[in-house]
Design a protein around this ligand. Sequence first.
Ligand code: DOR
Ligand code: ZN
Length: 427
Amino acid sequence: MALLIKGGYIVDPSQNWEGIGDLLIEDGKISKLSKEIKVEPQMEVIDARGCVVAPAFVDPHAHLRDPGFTHKEDIESGSKAAVFGGFTTVVSMPNTNPETDNPAIVEYQILKAQKVGLIRLLPSAAITKGRKGKELTEFCQLKKAGAVALTDDGTTPTDEALLRTAFEWAADCGMLIMDHAEIPALSRGHLNEGKISALLGIEGRSRGAEAIAVARDGYLAQITGARVHIQHISAKETVELLKLFKEKGINITGEVNPNHLLLTEEAILKYGSLAKVNPPLRTEEDRKTLIEALAEGIIDCIGTDHAPHAPWEKDKPLDQAPPGMLGFQIALPALVKLYGEGLITLKRLVEVLSTSPAEILNLYPELGTLKEGTTADVVIFDLKKEWIFNEEINPSKSKNSPFFGQKLVGKVIYTVKEGKIVYSYKS
Ligand code: DOR
Ligand code: ZN
């Protein structure tokens, strides 16, 4: 079976390819990338004129809620939402019920995703049993079952000695530690600690809570040799620390979520609990710093932090609603907006959604690239296409996004996994 993607604007940061061309896929692999490939009778042809053709997106951070919270999302609806957003590879978070802290659950998640057949699901597993911060999980067994990373996302372990051992074990079995870097004792609140929290009289979450945790993680990586990835960076201090650690040669990477690139704490006044997320939306100065850091490479990649919650859960006062917003659906529009404002290049847009997360997850050079001979995971998107994010189009079980109901610009038209079309946009 051969699929020819014809006449698109191909962007592949891994080989510095940018320009109009054709891409041929045979037997699930990229077989040829060139300026022009002749159509043969056995080829299925996608006309990609006017669209960008790039390596499919890789998400290091998503909550698929399966098992246990399947009223919010499950592996099937989550897979559909992922390919809708151009993602074929997704790292799921372990705050499921029961928690993803043992091999059986990792195996269940992988098998279910394979049955659905849309995405490559790479589960992360908890660092501590039940994500309670007391006892480490069995890292090497979890790795054998298919877990690609360790995180207690939603929270972070607070026992530094235990965490040091965790970093040592992770280094030993070659696993990546991902951290929700927010010291819990300093982040009991429900929005950024600042002028809006003062105005509303609601306890805020300190930016220091993030900086202290990131400093701890960086130095633990230094003394143990482990590799650490900072999840959902929200504050400018974290960017400063990340830069420092990288200059020191420490094995540290970081991601930013689309919501933190688009919104600030002011969104709480407009959207209420829908704009509640941990770590919280912060100030315009933070937002600008995050965008610059992403453009310059201090922040390595996008993580969507796709965090579905049911309407009746989000429809509560700020101090009672769960934190989180949808991410898969708005990732591309968020970056297209930055591109439109001249804040990032098209090459960097593709890099932060695909090549760079693939590298962090050790999937590159098989994924995150359009090099000949590699796995044919490809996304085709239209930078100008306007669409309304509404019930009709939304594949997710939940709709908790400040952008729900709004017009967005930038739409995935096709998502291809291993040479098979797993999503196509019907306008
Ligand atoms: O806002 C968030 N929601 N932050 C997290 O760390 C967890 C996530 C969730 O699971 O909903
Ligand atoms: Zn988190």
